[in-house]
Design a protein. Structure first.
Length: 578
């Protein structure tokens, strides 16, 4: 799609090994070279000047964005950047506040087992919902029919969607008081632990806009202008999309007197798209951006230079930075090769040097704050000797150029990709490249703009892919690491198991956890899934990413959650300039 609270024990953090002075000095020199930054230009876009007059900014906020969304349509994107914008345009059924407490937003209440709005019969369930009255941005009312239509589109196998995790579990969605009403009953084919978090997988989309395209050609629904053209793309949230200058900016304007969000004091929000994080920070310091995420390698300098002008909050979060292995690649199919790569990369030292120790090295896919976390998993401490031994066990021997070769003479040469322009990830890549070179693995760096990069990994066209999953407190591994979540041409690349990991025990643990209502049994299943993950290593865990959000002085009520998508803007309708 995916910062940690400072309340971990020493055991949770892991014991740090004695430092190796020579190795540390070498890495320090490398980092200093990587940290040399040329003067970067301050970007100026329509309506955004580097130093705007204070009076002109009382109802306008500019937010920095390092990735451009591919589409502003929930079915067709898993990008956090897209959900950041969409969270202002759409009313989600439920939302989480800065303390991660779940509350109803577009729904009147949260169905629950105690009052009978959530009932369980064997393996089947039924939930009774009521949505709050509101309109689409063109004035048409949001009704039960929109939810039914959206669900039916999502379950149509001809339509390419990001994932059908919940959609395939729901038996039907019925309008209990007519299609134009606000009463909805959702029947489930199976148990799902968090069925009261959303009415359907993709909530409600405007039926009256999308249905003509859908009826004409469901297989090419994604080619419609909805989600990219502001003239067509409407939502039901506090803000409407008014401009999208591709590669430059996205702008939304408030909806006056919204029945849920009221009349926001911030009338206009512009996201400035600056993929180069150095340029993004430079624009913040120049005064052109009001809110943005500061990379940790630049945070000390930023805090000094922006003192008195910005407030920086390190938001707690569940963002998992990792490297996916493409398990269809013949050189990566042997788990001993993947384990060797893990032992060859000094993640602890990377975190200390690049992130001032503020990120936490991960050993599996769930962070310590998640209810399914356990520390009893296989770990891969930095150990180049062990890495070389594993490669030899897997049949690799050094070639004349120092690169390992297998029995067929094939060189152990791999490509690693990430989102181009992300300076910190690019620094991590170079360090990984050097450390893997030391054990005889050749690594070529091949980066792409975010839109192309995520398209490639969605179609499994990669070798090693470094990016982040943005989790929330109810995230599990169903679809993420289950066999039926592998994107293929046959399923139109629906699914999020990009490594292509297949393990029957993992399928059972992940699918069982997502269906188990009993909290204790669900935790045990998630614990088992993290142990299986750490043993088989379909992806290399790097760290759980903290997020430093800088807010210009005078802008009030910004309360980052650190959670996926709406982390910063979940309560933007309450922001105001002091």
């Amino acid at each position: 799609m995916l910062t940690l609270l400072e309340r971990f024990s020493n055991k949770d953090r892991g014991q740090r090994r004695p430092r190796r002075p020579a190795r540390e000095q070498k890495l320090n020199r490398l980092i200093r070279v990587l940290a040399l930054v040329l003067l970067v230009p301050v970007v100026t876009i329509s309506g955004v000047s580097a130093q705007p007059a204070p009076a002109a900014r009382r109802d306008h906020v500019v937010i920095g964005l390092s990735q451009e969304p591919n589409r502003l349509m929930p079915m067709w994107t898993a990008m956090a950047a897209a959900f950041t914008v969409m969270s202002t345009m759409f009313t989600w059924d439920t939302q989480r506040d800065e303390k991660w407490k779940l509350f109803p937003q577009g729904a009147e209440y949260l169905p629950n087992l105690k009052d009978g709005t959530w009932t369980v019969s064997g393996d089947k369930m039924s939930l009774v919902w009521k949505i709050r009255r509101r309109n689409w941005h063109d004035g048409r009312p949001v009704t039960c029919a929109d939810y039914v239509f959206t669900h039916n589109v999502a379950r149509n196998e001809q339509v390419p969607v990001v994932v059908r995790n919940l959609t395939n579990r729901i038996a039907n969605i019925l309008c209990t008081k007519g299609a134009s009403g606000t009463d909805i009953t959702v029947s489930w084919n199976e148990r799902y632990a968090f069925a009261n978090v959303t009415i359907s997988e993709y909530g409600a989309l405007p039926r009256h806009i999308l249905e003509p395209y859908y009826r004409r050609d469901p297989a090419n629904l994604e080619a419609t202008p909805y989600g990219s053209d502001p003239k067509v793309t409407i939502g039901d949230g506090a803000y409407r999309l008014v401009e999208w200058r591709k590669g430059a900016s996205i702008t939304v304007e408030y909806v006056a007197d919204h029945p849920i969000f009221g009349r926001p004091k911030i009338k206009r929000i512009t996201w400035v798209i600056i993929p180069d994080t150095n340029a993004l920070v430079a624009n913040m310091l120049a005064g052109a951006i009001d809110v943005g995420v500061v990379p940790f390698d630049q945070l000390p300098v930023f805090e000094r230079q922006a003192a008195g002008r910005f407030k920086v909050t390190v938001a707690p979060g569940l963002i998992w930075e990792h490297i996916d292995f493409n398990l269809d690649h013949p050189l990566l199919q042997d788990v001993r090769v993947r384990r060797a790569i893990a032992h060859a990369i000094d993640r602890e030292l990377i975190v200390q040097q690049l992130f001032a120790g503020k990120q936490q090295v991960s050993h599996s896919y769930l962070p310590p704050l998640h209810p399914g976390y356990t520390d009893t998993v296989q770990k891969y401490p930095y150990d180049p000797a062990r890495a070389r031994a594993l490669l030899q066990e897997a049949g690799f021997t050094p070639g004349p150029d120092g690169v390992m070769r297998n029995a067929a003479g094939q060189r152990l040469s791999l490509e690693i990709g990430t989102t181009a322009g992300n300076r910190l990830r690019e620094q991590v890549q170079v360090i990984i490249q050097q450390q893997l070179h030391q054990i005889g693995i050749e690594v070529t760096i091949l980066n792409f703009p975010a839109r192309i990069f995520f398209r490639n990994i969605g179609q499994r066209k990669f070798t090693l892919a470094m990016y982040a999953w943005l989790f929330d407190p109810i995230s599990d591994c169903d679809q993420l690491f289950t066999s039926d979540g592998i994107p293929t041409e046959a399923n139109r690349y629906a699914g999020q198991n990009f490594p292509g990991y297949k393990n029957g025990k993992m399928d059972a643990a992940c699918e069982g956890a997502s269906r188990e209502i009993d909290e204790g049994r669900r935790k045990a299943l998630l614990n088992e899934s993290t142990r299986l993950f750490a043993r088989d290593l379909p992806a290399l865990p790097l760290f759980f990413r903290a997020e430093a959000v800088a807010v210009k002085s005078g802008l009030q009520n910004v309360a980052p959650t650190g959670l996926a998508g709406a982390s910063v803007v979940w309560n933007v309708h309450r922001w105001f300039w002091e």
